[in-house]
Design a binder for this molecule. Structure first.
Ligand code: A2P
Length: 294
């Protein structure tokens, strides 16, 4: 196996979270947004695998599916040792379009199946007066992909509570996962509760607040007291709230740091201190407000 990884570290056994259909989803995966160069992807994938990562998260909109397939081929990691998660973009809404988009992504990724397939953004009311019907139709296409066995699990991203409630009225299968922005300072308490009450596994995009929250004073204080890094504190906090995470890094050494969060637990008092942090960075995109994504 060709392994271009130069970073050394101890492999971590990343714990799984069980989806309601029985699929084991690693609680930490590698986010690949904005990482498009095949060589860098190859190095990251190889390092991530060595560090214990088994879940790779991409999206049609990231423009890196072909590069990721090349990276996987160059590392020689067998397909069945990895879970691939992908997302349908907003230009492919509807029953037929989502199925065609999935087949295109499978071709680009050179794989017969995806482990997880997600709707990237809900249709929102500002752009789509018929948003509820449109989301229901796209979801029907997702269910068809699932029934056909092309995807092992289906879910959504950036859905707010009302999008999920509306979907529930027509869905034969509820989303197994909702991926949304979640990090200290953006606790999303109500959405989290709703997901957990409905057996929808929450998965955090931007669990480090896009890197912007890592200098927050209180977070740094807890990290220093614990002899951990602020990134590890954020990821552990999410873990203890039952949220899977997709920390993104282009730095192979940080892959190890971000996986190494299973050998300590935050106390209830520490969790509360983090819960109370003010908003201090992140992307902050709201599915009902975003109008630039189609
Ligand atoms: P880099 O790619 O240089 O490591 P999020 O996962 O919330 O989107 O955050 C991603 C950002 O956080 C990136 O800018 C990434 O920068 C940075 N980052 C990821 N892991 C760490 C870490 N362990 N320590 C500091 N910054 C990190």
């Amino acid at each position: 196996m060709n392994r271009p990884c130069k970073a050394q570290g101890e492999a971590v056994r990343i714990e799984d979270m069980l989806l309601s259909n029985g699929v084991a989803l690693p609680s930490i995966g590698l986010g690949t947004w904005q990482i498009t160069k095949p060589e860098l992807l190859a190095e990251l994938v190889a390092c991530a695998y060595d560090a214990g990562y088994r879940l790779l998260d991409t999206a049609a909109a990231y423009g890196n599916e072909i590069a990721l397939a090349k990276a996987l081929r160059s590392t020689g990691i067998p397909r069945d040792k990895l879970l691939l998660s992908d997302k349908v973009w907003n230009t492919s809404r509807g029953y037929q379009a989502v199925q065609e988009a999935c087949r295109k992504s499978l071709k680009k990724l050179k794989t017969d199946f995806l482990d997880l397939y997600l709707i990237h953004w809900p249709a929102g009311s500002k752009l789509h007066p018929d948003w509820a019907e449109l989301n229901a139709e796209t979801w029907r296409g997702m269910e068809a992909l699932y029934q056909e066995g092309l995807v092992r699990a289906i879910g959504v991203c950036n859905f707010k509570q009302h999008h999920l409630q509306e979907l529930k009225k027509t869905a034969a299968i509820l989303p197994l996962v909702n991926q949304f922005e979640f990090h200290p300072g953006m606790n999303q308490e109500e959405l989290l509760r709703y997901c957990q009450q409905n057996q929808i596994q929450p998965q955090a995009s931007s669990p480090l607040g896009n890197g912007q929250i890592l200098a927050q004073e209180e977070l740094c204080k807890i990290a220093a007291e614990r002899k951990k890094t602020p990134a590890q504190i954020c990821l552990r906090w999410a873990r203890q709230k039952g949220v899977a995470v997709l920390p993104k890094t282009a730095n192979p050494r940080r892959l190890y740091e971000n996986a190494d969060v299973f050998d300590f637990a935050l106390s209830a008092a520490e969790m509360q201190r983090i819960d109370q942090l003010p908003y201090c960075g992140g992307l902050g995109l709201d599915a009902d407000e975003v109008t630039t994504f189609g």
